[in-house]
Ligand binder design. Sequence first.
Ligand code: FMN
Length: 208
Amino acid sequence: MTKLLITYYSSYGHMFEMAKAARNAAEENEDYEVKLRKIPELEAAREAMSGQDAYQVAQEAQSDVEEVTLADLDWADGIVWGIPTRFGNMPAQVKQFIDTAGGLWAEGKLEDKATGIMSSSNTLHGGQESTILSSMLPLLHFGMIFVGSTYGQNPELSKDNMHGGSPYGPSTVAGSDGSKVPTEDDLNVAGRLAKRVARVAAGIKSTQ
Ligand SMILES: Cc1cc2nc3c(=O)[nH]c(=O)nc-3n(C[C@H](O)[C@H](O)[C@H](O)COP(=O)(O)O)c2cc1C
C-alpha cells in the first residue's frame, strides 16, 4: 500500500473542500491508504476569528477531522498540503506545525517523500502561487520531492476562465468576501494532484 497524507489548514472551509476532493480522488485507487488531517488552530487566531459566523460554521464542519501529528508525517509515503494564503505566504498555523518537525528533519525521516501543495486566496492575484512557491522551501529542506500539476493532465489549467490552479499546484479563489466555493475545475485539479503525488510516492517506494 502507498500511504498518502492530506493535511491542511482552513479558516473558512475552502482548503477543507479541496482537501476532501484530494482525499476522495486518491481513495479511488485501492492501493492507496489515505489519511485526511487538519493542522491545529492557534489560540490567537481562534480568538481573533471566533466572532465571525463563516469561521464558526467552517470550524464546526471540520470538527470530526483529526489533527495532524508528526507521526502522520513519518507514516506517509506522500504528503499533500492545503495551505491558504496569508499576505502571500503560509499561515502561522502551518509554519508552527512545520517548525515542530525538526526532529524528523534531523533524522532524515522526510527525505524522498513525494509532496505537493494546494492553496487558496481571496483575490485572483492575492498570492496563491507565491504561497505554493514559498511553502516549497521548508519541504525542500526536509528533502521531499516536489510534485506540481501538469498542463497535460489538467486541461482546466489552460482554460481562459480558470481562476485557480497553476503548474505549481491546485488552488481556488474564495472571493473578496470569501463567499465563493471551489469550482468543479478546482476540485478536479486537486484530485489529480493527490493521485500524482501518490503515483510518484509509489514509484519511489518501489526503488527503495
Ligand atoms: C490574516 C489574513 C491574511 C490574508 N491575506 C490574503 C492575501 O494576501 N491575499 C488574498 O487574496 N487573500 C488573503 N487572505 C484571505 C485568505 O487567503 C482566504 O480567506 C483563504 O484562502 C480561504 O481559505 P480557507 O477558507 O480554507 O481558510 C487573508 C486572510 C487572512 C485571515
